[in-house]
Design a protein around this ligand. Structure first.
Ligand code: HMG
Ligand code: MG
Length: 306
């Protein structure tokens, strides 16, 4: 079987948002800002800075406005700063900070939708519709991310038809890109391809992105499986940070370092400097007192030390 891989892949580093939202310790705004600046110094051109969700639900993102204000002085025109927005309240709070992109986030699992955003799938679309319309009106990009596209912590396996349904609804309300998320990292390559193919019924491959958590160690394989279908944008997290407070047991996203190493090894460009990326991952891991969860970062550091 031969595949034609994309020549360039866009990496969306989600560590400031997905990576830190699940941390038990409070991460100071200045540390988040330093992480974002380190990522940009490494060549990251698109990142999820924060989320404008309820601070009662996710206290770790409660400094969303402070962080966006702190970033304002050094914002770069060539970097896309994305923020998650669950409803109009979040949009109103976000818009004053001129985000480049807003992310509406739904679920292919009815139960996860209830647990994560306190409403059904159909209700979530009703809430997202005015958000997407207002963002497009203001010239802001709109991406939709769908959680639990292969498996759900509450419902188990998810049928691809659910992914097709939510993709269709999100595209109808204006989502320009659709992210296919394996929230709890249970997916394996063929299942992930089935979820992607379901989304493909309603949106072109160029507009589909992958978001794979690595709980079962499958995320890099799933990334390759998505690349083989032609997906060319991935959400990844430096040092493999990440998790969702409403998906217990889920660990981090696939590590940005691991994806970049794989892509560069395949001759696919990312514009990212791997050594600088390793520095970014080491700094935040040290601050959090966590082992760096990127295999590539650990290998590079060990080699340097020996
Ligand atoms: P709710 O309680 O149903 O909302 O929460 P509500 O409208 O009834 O409001 C309740 C209170 O929250 C009110 O305050 C609102 O003002 C306030 P009170 O009157 O009690 O003082 N409120 C807000 N405050 C700030 N910003 C807002 C906002 N909205 C309401 N935007 C809601 C519904 C969606 C707000 C809540 O469920 C929520 O915030 N959920 C967020 C959950 C979350 O952030 N999960 C993690 C991100 S998703 C993820 O990680 C998955 C992803 O990575 C992909 C994958 O891996 O699958 C993207
Ligand atoms: Mg996630």
């Amino acid at each position: 079987m031969s595949h034609s891989y994309p020549e360039h892949v866009t990496i969306v580093d989600v560590s400031p948002r997905d990576g830190l939202q699940n941390e038990s310790m409070t991460v100071p705004t200045a540390i988040k800002q330093a992480l974002i600046e380190d990522l940009i110094a490494a060549g990251i051109k698109k990142l999820e800075a924060t989320s404008f969700v309820s601070p009662k639900w996710v206290p770790q993102m409660g400094d969303n406005s402070e962080l966006m204000t702190a970033l304002a002085d050094t914002r770069r025109d060539d970097v896309i700063y994305s923020v998650l927005v669950p409803n109009m309240r979040g949009f109103d709070n976000a818009i004053v900070h001129n985000p480049d992109e807003i992310v509406i986030f739904g679920s292919a699992s009815e139960t996860f939708s209830q647990k994560n955003i306190n409403c059904s799938i159909d209700e979530s679309i009703e809430r997202f519709a005015p958000v997407a319309a207002a963002a497009l009106d203001a010239g802001i990009k709109v991406r939709g991310v769908i959680s639990c596209t292969v498996g759900c912590p509450y419902e188990g396996e998810i049928d691809p038809s659910q992914v097709a349904y939510v993709t269709k609804r999100m595209v109808e309300i204006g989502a320009e890109q659709i992210g296919i998320a394996d929230t709890i990292g249970v997916g394996t390559p063929i299942k992930v391809q089935r979820a992607l193919q379901a989304a493909l019924e309603h949106i072109a491959i160029e507009s589909i992105t992958g978001h794979f958590h690595d709980t079962y160690g499958q995320a890099l394989s799933n990334t390759l499986a998505a690349l083989q279908l032609g997906v060319s944008e991935f959400d990844t997290s430096v040092a493999g940070l990440g998790g969702c407070p409403y998906a217990k047991g889920a660990t981090g996203n696939v590590a940005t370092e691991d994806v970049v190493y794989m892509l560069h090894g395949m001759g696919i460009s990312t514009g990212i400097d791997l050594d600088k990326l390793v520095v970014a991952g080491e700094r935040i891991s040290e601050f959090l007192g966590r082992r760096n969860d990127s295999n590539v970062a650990r290998a590079i550091i060990n080699k340097r030390q020996s």
